[in-house]
Design a protein around this ligand. Structure first.
Ligand SMILES: Nc1ncnc2c1ncn2[C@@H]1O[C@H](COP(=O)(O)OP(=O)(O)OP(=O)(O)O)[C@@H](O)[C@H]1O
Ligand SMILES: [Mg+2]
Length: 236
């Protein structure tokens, strides 16, 4: 792989909470384009991993390198400035702010570019355009997820890190989100955490199974036997 590519490379990462290590010796690479999916059951450590990648948690050890530079010690906002967008699993919106205000917070642009970015976000999710002046806290769970995704995109990220973006979202909207993600991934990278294996199966170049903080299986969606095994380990 060329050094010029903007890859995210995680090496030998250990992370967790005071007395509770959650992530163990984890290696991971997200190439410049395409989608890498991380699946795992409740409590496997998926969100802990993403929070560590974003700098909300300090790792115990290991390295997180993006675009050739280690991000250890960088704040979350510095990571966002370096081109990393994040859609959190919980509380993806500021409840007291309107949809538009939520989106503006995600923007990295000066005034001039903002209008364009807002238009793009509303094109992406027309439902949000109808609700632009509504307080985000009064939106449904699925709508709030859309705001979270649109806000992350407002920062024009190079790589989007998403924590269960389809959780609680109506299947019609899930299909829409999928189309947008595939489109985005043609020229950008996505690391997506999902419990919904079917959602990521046909769109990811690699699927990683996380079990108790360890990646126990790496496969492409094309390997039927491996996918069946991942599926069974997710549901048992
Ligand atoms: N603040 C915390 N302090 C201590 N332990 C925590 C804390 N937050 C999470 N944990 C524990 O860390 C483990 C991993 O949690 P995490 O939220 O990363 O799982 P997850 O894979 O994202 O699960 P889910 O699919 O339910 O979102 C769990 O055992 C959880 O109880
Ligand atoms: Mg989680």
């Amino acid at each position: 792989m060329s050094d010029l590519e903007k890859t995210l490379t995680v090496t030998n990462l250990n992370s967790g909470y005071a007395t509770n290590q959650v992530i163990f010796d984890l290696d991971l690479e997200v190439p410049e384009n395409g989608i890498v999916a991380l699946v795992g059951r409740n409590g496997a450590g998926k969100s802990t991993l993403l929070q560590t990648l974003m700098g909300f948690m300090k790792p115990i050890s290991g390295d997180i390198v993006y675009d050739g530079k280690s991000m250890i010690g960088m704040s979350a906002s510095e990571r966002v400035k370096r081109g990393i967008g994040y859609v959190p699993q919980e509380r993806p919106v500021f409840s007291d702010l309107t949809v538009t205000e939520n989106l503006l917070i995600g923007s990295s642009r000066q005034r001039k570019g903002v209008r364009n970015e807002l238009d793009l976000a509303f094109d992406l999710f027309p439902k949000l355009a109808d609700r632009r002046d509504q307080k985000a806290g009064t939106m449904s769970g699925g709508e709030r997820k859309m705001v979270g995704i649109a806000r992350a995109l407002m920062g024009s990220p190079e790589i989007l890190i998403m924590d269960e973006p389809t959780e609680g979202v109506w299947h019609g909207v899930v299909d829409e989100i999928k189309v947008h993600l595939v489109d985005f991934s043609k020229n950008h990278a996505i690391l997506i955490v999902e419990q919904n294996l079917d959602f990521v199966l046909d769109i990811s170049s690699e699927i990683l199974l996380l079990e108790r903080g360890v990646i126990t299986k790496r496969t492409s969606g094309a390997d039927g036997a491996a996918v069946a095994e991942v599926k069974s380990r997710l549901t048992v």
